[in-house]
Design a protein around this ligand. Structure first.
Ligand SMILES: N[C@@H]1[C@@H](O)[C@H](O)[C@@H](COP(=O)(O)O)O[C@@H]1O
Length: 260
């Protein structure tokens, strides 16, 4: 696992560089897209590169991580709407090129199976962007999730619903209780994982992710088993890392060709 501790502007550049390489090198690039506030600086940087020098997503496909159950797709806080607003509408994906699990489906289990099939049919995800919840969830894989799980229905924890109430005008009751989410096994199938976390609220989750024992109690710890995982954190999110000084030294002495 590679851990980079830098200001958020630098983290966004590094993530955008990795995404740009996938867009340029792959004939049909497949990106894994995350919602939440953490990836927004990355999307801003990608939109800037698209506007300034024509970085193109026209050949790319995108798969989002998760979706609330019960919100209509056009609800402003459905993850479908969020990713459209924050990235898709700002660049040049082909119509229909970005998909998410269908949380409004009548048959949710069938929707989960169909989503797994769609990702596999696209050849799998090349680069998966991730955020992390304060309780260590990635996508909506809450503590207790099977480390081998695939896309399925999950119940959100009280903590996640409280964390996400800010997107629903602070109204906890408006936050859905259920979601569809790629499983930890699904996420682990992506060829490169790029997680971004900022702020002290994420410090304990980042410590567990990087240095804790691999455990369903902190689902993101499964990333320790991934052969190509990059963790991008600012000073605040890195503040509980025992190995923080070491990671800073590694990055400062890194040959240019190794930068993610
Ligand atoms: N399902 C999303 C996750 O994908 C995201 O990583 C997490 C953290 O969000 P934020 O980046 O806003 O802190 O929130 C939600 O629960």
């Amino acid at each position: 696992m590679e851990v980079v501790i830098q200001p958020v502007e630098v983290l966004a550049q590094l993530a955008a560089n990795a995404i740009e390489r996938v867009l340029q090198e792959r004939p049909t690039p497949v990106l894994g897209l995350a919602t939440g506030s953490s990836p927004l600086p990355i999307y801003d940087e990608l939109a800037r590169r698209h506007a300034d020098r024509g970085l193109s997503f026209a050949r790319a496909r995108g798969f989002t991580l998760d979706e609330y159950v019960g919100l209509p797709a056009d609800h402003p806080e459905s993850y479908r709407s969020v990713i459209d607003r924050e990235l898709v509408s700002r660049v040049d994906f082909a119509p229909g090129a970005v998909q998410g699990p269908d949380g409004a489906a009548d048959d949710l289990r069938a929707a989960c199976a169909a989503y797994e099939e769609a990702i596999a049919a696209a050849g799998g995800v090349e680069l998966q962007i991730l955020g992390i919840g304060t309780d260590g969830h990635i996508a909506f894989n809450e503590p207790g999730s099977s480390l081998a799980s695939r896309t399925r229905i999950k119940t959100l924890t009280d903590q996640t619903r409280a964390d996400n109430a800010r997107f629903f005008d602070g109204d906890l009751e408006a936050v859905p209780r259920h979601c569809l989410t790629q499983g930890l096994g699904t996420i682990m199938s992506a060829r490169h994982l790029v997680l971004i976390a900022t702020g002290t609220g994420k410090a304990e989750a980042v410590h567990q992710l990087v240095e804790g024992p691999v455990s369903a109690l902190w689902p993101a710890t499964i990333m320790q088993h991934h052969p190509h995982a990059t963790v991008l954190v600012d000073d605040a999110a890195a503040s509980r890392l025992q190995l923080g000084d070491y990671f800073r030294t590694v990055y400062a002495n890194k040959p240019a060709w190794q930068i993610p």
